[in-house]
Design a protein around this ligand. Structure first.
Ligand code: TYC
Length: 102
């Protein structure tokens, strides 16, 4: 890069592209048996939603079949899914929660 080379001092960009950690969508799936109030409670308890936010998202899942509940790091998403699945199982509801890379 010596200006005597005739490159007029152009410095090539060698910086790597900024690395962001991969994010994971946590999805809630509809089913015919889990009570609506239970789903609302799950969303309040594990995703910090207000009652009206939780009710609205529950209805979206009920009508559309599934919805994204939130987007998290791998570790947080994995924990949320495990908490929801364990809570549903303990209450004998077939509620399903999964995660997928964004
Ligand atoms: N479809 C359920 C019912 O009619 C309610 C429901 C909503 C279940 C969302 C699961 O993720 C779900 N009782």
């Amino acid at each position: 890069d010596d200006p005597a080379d005739g490159d007029a001092g152009v410095v090539l960009e060698t910086r790597k592209k900024t690395q962001r950690p991969p994010l994971y969508k946590v999805l809630l799936l509809n089913d015919d048996y889990t009570p609506m109030e239970f789903v609302v409670h799950v969303l309040e308890r594990f995703f910090g939603m207000t009652h009206s936010q939780a009710f609205e998202l529950m209805l979206t899942v009920h009508k559309k079949g599934l919805a994204v509940v939130g987007v998290f790091s791998f570790e947080v998403a994995e924990t949320k899914v495990a908490q929801v699945m364990d809570f549903a199982r303990r209450h004998q509801h077939p509620l399903q929660c999964t995660m997928e890379k964004e």
